[in-house]
Write a protein that binds this ligand. Structure first.
Ligand code: PNS
Length: 164
């Protein structure tokens, strides 16, 4: 029996947006299983806690039997071994992403030579999208229709009105 091809899609996902979901969809068409790995020990102050981010992603992937949402802390290269995966997926949006992504790919491969990083390009309409811009536009009252899932918009709204 052939071995399962597992892809790990790591990130901060604070919060998940439609560009991320587009990449996850592309992963699903190439890999047998997709592990969405939410970084737990960030230096930057997130809007959503790790469990809130995981809950939002889990909600969006509720119909995906081959998707798992996990959190990780420490080195991604070590987490890859813990889940038995060799492929890291990263979305590439623009040339400006390249340098950082290139450094990470090489460092991860140095730390764990079994790892390959595969870059995927999202749909054109999401090419400029980032979680940082999503938060900025939302909290300044801009329209995010079509850029984030409905549930994420609601969660952002709850955050803005202090309901949570
Ligand atoms: O969504 P982001 O913030 O661009 O994701 C960055 C992430 C989580 C992929 C990166 O910061 C990471 O892998 N952090 C874990 C710590 C680690 O392994 N650092 C060395 C990377 S070469």
């Amino acid at each position: 029996m052939s071995k399962k091809r597992i892809a790990v899609y790591p990130g901060s996902f604070d919060p998940i947006h439609n560009g991320h979901l587009d990449i996850i969809g592309r992963c699903r068409s190439v890999f047998d299983e997709v592990v969405v790995a939410v970084l737990g020990n960030e230096e930057k102050q997130p809007v959503f806690s790790v469990s809130e981010r995981m809950a939002m992603i889990t909600h969006e992937l509720r119909e995906c039997e081959d998707c798992r949402v996990e959190s990780f802390s420490g080195l991604l290269a070590d987490f890859m071994d813990q889940v038995g995966a060799r492929t890291i997926i990263r979305g590439l949006r623009a040339v400006s992403d390249f340098e950082y992504e290139f450094q990470m790919a090489l460092m991860n491969r140095r730390l764990n030579p079994r790892i390959e990083t595969v870059f995927m390009v999202p749909k054109e309409e999401y090419i400029y999208l980032s979680s940082r811009l999503v938060k900025e536009v939302f909290f300044l009252g801009g329209d995010l229709t079509g850029l984030v899932p409905e549930n994420v918009l609601r969660e952002l709204g709850d955050r803005a009105t202090g309901r949570v």
